[in-house]
Write a protein that binds this ligand. Structure first.
Ligand SMILES: NC(=O)c1ccc[n+]([C@@H]2O[C@H](COP(=O)([O-])OP(=O)(O)OC[C@H]3O[C@@H](n4cnc5c(N)ncnc54)[C@H](OP(=O)(O)O)[C@@H]3O)[C@@H](O)[C@H]2O)c1
Length: 200
């Protein structure tokens, strides 16, 4: 398969790239580096990426930003940023990409554990993660040509916790998180939210 991996230089994306490259061709796309440049928050940028990409069988997104902070400090613009970036950015990868992707192709998006296990400060992040999960379940109903849409829901990644100066014991190494992405791309599931705990 020829796979476009958005966010392939990130903490999770790097390991997803390694796992996919064993048997597939991976084209890395990112905002500031990669073979293809794209800002998923800008729909025109997504369209340009797909036009430049050539033929592809799968899209994997390990990208998307959302604002974390106390509810009292989160402004309307913080919610709007999160909506435009992590939520609509990934929605548009599917909406725009479905006319470009090969028959029987797949889209794999990224939500996150905070959709189902929120914590103080996560209201914007939890909102977009839950929105993405609803999106993949519903969007699958309208896919044609055998195209599949899934989301992977990572737990906290150990490398990220380490960078934040937090205890890593509750996290999962990115290399294990990557297994769920591989399963989504190579498996048959559709309209599914993959819990990374089920793939370790
Ligand atoms: N790490 C965790 O513990 C964790 C847990 C649960 C969920 N997640 C989710 O998993 C995803 C990846 O997380 P991560 O920790 O691997 O992130 P990361 O290390 O910050 O990497 C993000 C990657 O996405 C790219 N990117 C960021 N914004 C982009 C945009 N607007 N358009 C295109 N590419 C963009 C970055 O490229 P540039 O550097 O060029 O911008 C980078 O390659 C995120 O959606 C995050 O919310 C992460």
């Amino acid at each position: 398969m020829r796979i476009i991996l958005i966010g392939g230089t990130g903490t999770i994306g790097r390991e997803v790239a390694k796992a996919l490259r064993v048997n597939h061709e991976v084209v890395i796309a990112g905002r500031s580096s990669g073979e293809l440049l794209v800002d998923i928050a800008i729909p025109e940028s997504i369209e340009t990426m797909y036009k430049e990409a050539g033929s592809f069988d799968a899209v994997v997104s390990a990208a998307g930003s959302a604002r974390f902070g106390p509810l009292d400090d989160l402004e309307y613009d913080d919610f709007l940023f999160s909506f435009r970036n992590k939520l609509m950015g990934q929605v548009n990868l599917v909406k725009i990409g479905r006319t470009f992707i090969n028959d029987n192709g797949s889209f794999t998006l990224t939500s996150g554990v905070l959709a189902r296990e929120p914590m103080p400060g996560s209201s914007a992040v939890s909102m977009v993660n839950a929105g993405l999960e609803g999106f993949v379940r519903a969007a699958q109903l309208e896919m044609d040509r055998g195209v599949r849409v899934n989301a992977v829901s990572p737990v906290w990644v150990q490398e990220t916790l380490l960078a934040m100066g937090r205890k890593t014991s509750e996290g999962m190494p990115a290399a294990l998180v990557a297994r769920a992405y591989l399963a989504s791309v190579t498996g048959t599931m559709k309209g599914t939210v993959l819990d990374v705990n089920d793939y370790v």
